[in-house]
Design a protein around this ligand. Structure first.
Ligand SMILES: Cc1cc2nc3c(=O)[nH]c(=O)nc-3n(C[C@H](O)[C@H](O)[C@H](O)COP(=O)(O)OP(=O)(O)OC[C@H]3O[C@@H](n4cnc5c(N)ncnc54)[C@H](O)[C@@H]3O)c2cc1C
Length: 306
């Protein structure tokens, strides 16, 4: 199969890119393994026009929009490798191999939760990553934070300021020096120096069982999970990357061009911390940029480092 643009990842960023390219009647192949980052969440928040809707509903609507354009084709399987150069990329997939003139990486990142039994059961409901996405639903209730150095104190200040006056910071990995008690007290936050051994999901929130034998009820446990590229081959492309607070991301320049000519990137894969609306915007930018780069390649140079 030969296409103008191959889009790897058919979620918020990738589908929005496909929509733009479909409207230019370009041949597009969208590859997707069906695991958007927020799949565990019952509702997505902070998305204009869609606030509080299920992520799957939002994606189904965008996909239906893109599918209305006959030059957009969907392939619900993985891309496993990418070689070649602009105008002659070669993609290996779990299905048919593909030749593409341009490539958009919209395959996102994967969260790796701390290995606490019971924690994964609450991911996206009471085990939360972002107060803007899910804080309003637990506001005014007992909230907690699962350690992680300086980021934990930033989260503590956010939560204590505008979401709850009952916030507990847990030094889960034994982090925080002796000054932490004073810093927590200044923020009006309780500090517990005992790791979480297990979590039990309740009708609302969870019970956290701590190593010192005590337990803590929480409506929302905020945490920073480590992240990695969802598609393993991305790390082998030789792209310029940077290290964010939780994991690597692909560096992009103007029009979301990566450091390799002809490869664009969109969504969480390009950000130290991502939310949905910028992923949609990235999709629109990369869709139009990939299209116009077919007409004016020199106007869309790869990112230059340094
Ligand atoms: C628990 C949780 C809840 C969240 N809630 C919110 C919220 O309420 N509001 C908000 O604004 N943001 C929220 N976010 C952030 C939001 O999910 C992301 O910003 C958004 O999903 C990024 O979109 P994306 O298209 O870049 O990547 P993703 O949505 O992660 O999509 C990447 C796609 O690429 C596919 N893929 C991966 N590898 C391959 C491959 N090799 N071949 C083919 N396809 C592949 C995946 O299956 C997936 O469908 C939440 C995040 C988490 C973790």
């Amino acid at each position: 199969m030969t296409v103008d643009v191959a889009i790897i990842g058919g979620s918020f960023a990738g589908l929005t890119a496909a929509l733009q390219l479909g409207r230019a009647s370009r041949r597009v192949a969208v590859f997707d393994t069906g695991r958007p980052r927020n799949a565990a969440s019952p509702a997505a928040h902070g998305v204009p026009g869609w606030d509080g809707r299920a992520p799957g509903d939002i994606l189904a609507a965008i996909r239906a929009d893109a599918a209305a354009y006959p030059t957009v084709q969907f392939h619900d399987h993985a891309v496993t490798g990418l070689t070649g150069t602009a105008d002659a990329f070669h993609l290996t997939t779990d299905g048919e191999a593909v030749q593409a003139r341009r490539v958009i990486l919209a395959c996102g990142v994967t969260d790796r939760l701390p290995p606490i039994p019971g924690l994964a059961d609450g991911w996206g409901t009471w085990a939360l990553h972002c107060p803007y996405c899910h804080g309003y639903e637990v506001k005014g209730q007992p909230l907690s934070i699962l350690g992680r150095g300086p980021m934990a104190f930033l989260m503590a200040k956010l939560l204590r300021s505008d979401w709850s006056d009952d916030v507990t910071l847990i030094a889960h990995e034994g982090e925080f020096g002796p000054e932490a008690e004073g810093e927590a007290a200044a923020l009006g936050v309780r500090l517990i120096r005992s790791p979480v051994q297990r979590a039990e999901t309740l009708a609302t929130g969870a019970r956290l069982l701590l190593a010192d034998g005590t337990s803590l009820l929480t409506a929302g446990l905020f945490l920073h999970a480590d992240t990695s590229f969802a598609a393993p081959f991305v790390a082998d492309l030789g792209l310029a990357t940077a290290q964010g607070p939780t994991g690597p991301y692909v560096k992009v320049g103007a029009f979301n061009a990566t450091s390799r000519a002809g490869i664009f990137a969109a969504g969480d894969i390009t950000r130290p911390a991502g939310i949905l609306t910028p992923a949609l915007a990235d999709g629109a930018i990369t869709g139009t940029a990939a299209h116009q780069s077919l007409l004016w390649p020199d106007r869309f140079p790869p990112l230059q480092e340094g």
